[in-house]
Ligand binder design. Sequence first.
Ligand code: NAI
Length: 331
Amino acid sequence: MGCYSIGTNQVDLMTAKQLGIPVFNAPFSNTRSVAELVIAEIIMLMREVPAKNAAAHKGGWLKAARNSYEVRGKILGIIGYGHIGSQVSILAESLGMKVHYYDVEKMLSLGMATVCNSMEELLRISDVVTLHVPETELTANMISTKQLSEMNPGSILINASRGSVVDYFALAEALKSGHLAGAAADVFPKEPASNDEEFISVLQEFDNVILTPHIGGSTSEAQENIGSEVTEKLIRYSDNGSTVGTVNFPQISLQPNQNKQRFLHIHKNMPGLLNDINSVFTEKSINIASQFLQTDTDIGYVIVDTESDLSKIIIKELKKIPHTIKARILY
Ligand code: NAI
């Protein structure tokens, strides 16, 4: 099954697994798109463009160099150094920013990026903080009054992760007091379900805040990448049996085996199942050319390549094995 998206919460992954259905998604098809938007927002906010733009639309002319800065040499703090965070890191460094990051996992620092041992340390040293963490119990309101007060006076906050990650009421207070110079938000705790619904946010009153309607990953390129990434994974599974990139299944990477028959067997993970599968072949004196097995706590996935012209008989026997979920001949 293909989820043409990053998330897979529209599918009951456990039920799909128990039915022998691997589910594929596109976890980093829009990574670059989000990273580019974040970089653009950093530059705009460091030059106070949102406020100057808002004034110009109303006939104002805020020509000034005060509080406008180049990004070169400034410290960017990235919270969550996964797909998007690390991509932002590379782009920011190419503009001359000094990147520091904080992640709960040990990550490979790209380029000259420096790891921070705590989020507090990152908040204290950064000129701009950008969030790229998933929505979890631990990340809910991870930036609130206390964390905002730990940020540098005059610094900037960007949230293109999830609306639950930042306490926007606390952010509004930090902006009102002038402690923060600006912010950008692409995601919100409550987002309109369609373009016809009204959008309401406590941040709407601030000219120094960029508000975007969850479009970090919404580009033509990302749409195209999602389409091809998920489709390629489905084709590899259907043609070769390869399950690399699945979110709910044991992962096996397979190449086509020329001039062989390939059998696929998905079963409940029970002791002795591999023995039962092999017996089907040995009883017919069929030589197994190669075999792959991968299990998780619930299911086992076996691929068997043979040289035999008894495929139809074999597949019938494989299906009869107790605890079989699915068996098929691939070619
Ligand atoms: P990822 O899974 O590759 O990276 C997330 C990183 O955050 C991981 O390295 C993880 O260890 C780290 N992390 C988790 N909990 C943490 C914590 N409490 N403190 C510090 N680090 C923590 O995810 P990816 O692809 O980089 O996406 C990040 C976020 O961006 C997700 O929330 C995703 O939903 C959001 N996103 C937003 C889009 C938009 O349109 N604005 C589009 C795509 C993703």
